[in-house]
Design a protein around this ligand. Sequence first.
Ligand SMILES: [Zn+2]
Length: 326
Amino acid sequence: MKRDVLKTRFRAEEIPRFPCPHCEGRLRLAGEVKIHRSAATAWIANQAWSDIAQIEDEFHTALICESAECGQVVGMMGAVRYLADHEAGGSLAVELLEPKTFFPAPALIAIPNNTPPSVIREIRNAFSIAWIDPNAAAHRLQVSAEYIMDDFGIPEIVSGQRMTVDRRISLFGETNMAARTHADTFSALRTLGDSRAHGGEVDWPTLLDAFEIFESALEDLYGDKANMVAAAHKRLSDFARHARSNDGPQSGPPPAKPVMLREPQDEQDRGAPIRGREWPLGGLRNPVTGEPFASEAEAQAALAGEAASVPRESRWPAGVRKFGRT
Ligand SMILES: [Zn+2]
């Protein structure tokens, strides 16, 4: 995260070099900053009693990526506020731009290539509403964390009962593909995403903190290193399964000997191991009864069986759907 440039207020001549939405380049001003004053604001500005701090204009401008190969253009709109410049005797005003919306929005964090599309979509939604509504952006991060639960095969319904998000996060922390810290990260995001419901407001530095820890969790779960380790795990378990099956009557063609830490060779290498269905479930407990599962088959049946029969949309809490998720 390029935190130093992610500002909410700045002078027109000091526009931060926001990250490009499309590449790793930075944005720069592409033309001029156009400032508009409404008739109502002009009337206020003309009154003897008016204070410069009461004036709020609107601006729009275009930014462009500095990378010649990219050239992405981004529209930026927002409010203009004025501060009396006391050093200049209070007669001059300092003009400050407060962006409210960008299109397309700058990339606040890096998203690994192997991240599932549903998760990417929600993170980008969070980018685009971050400046105008940090609360809503925090909620989007929470929704994308729930999509990560889906991707890792964490069920929403177990033995006919709907899991709470907290319970799903806890289950996620018990799997051997996630660390306890990832579950803690998603728990923190969940609390933050619900803060509006509890009457709290998410401020800008807190939102950036949330993006930052989310970025590090994404890198752990979907970054290149995560995929290489997961692919190596799968090759080892394939090899072990083949070795066991050699003791029995049937044997297929021998799988390749596991090679550790090579680059992922193809789409299957990259994608397959990280999808949750193949995880060993032996360490899991039944979330309803709290008892350990007697066998992997029982765990699979309890965790996967019923979730699949419920329409996807109806399995989400009402609070998620009202934001128009598709
Ligand atoms: Zn670019």
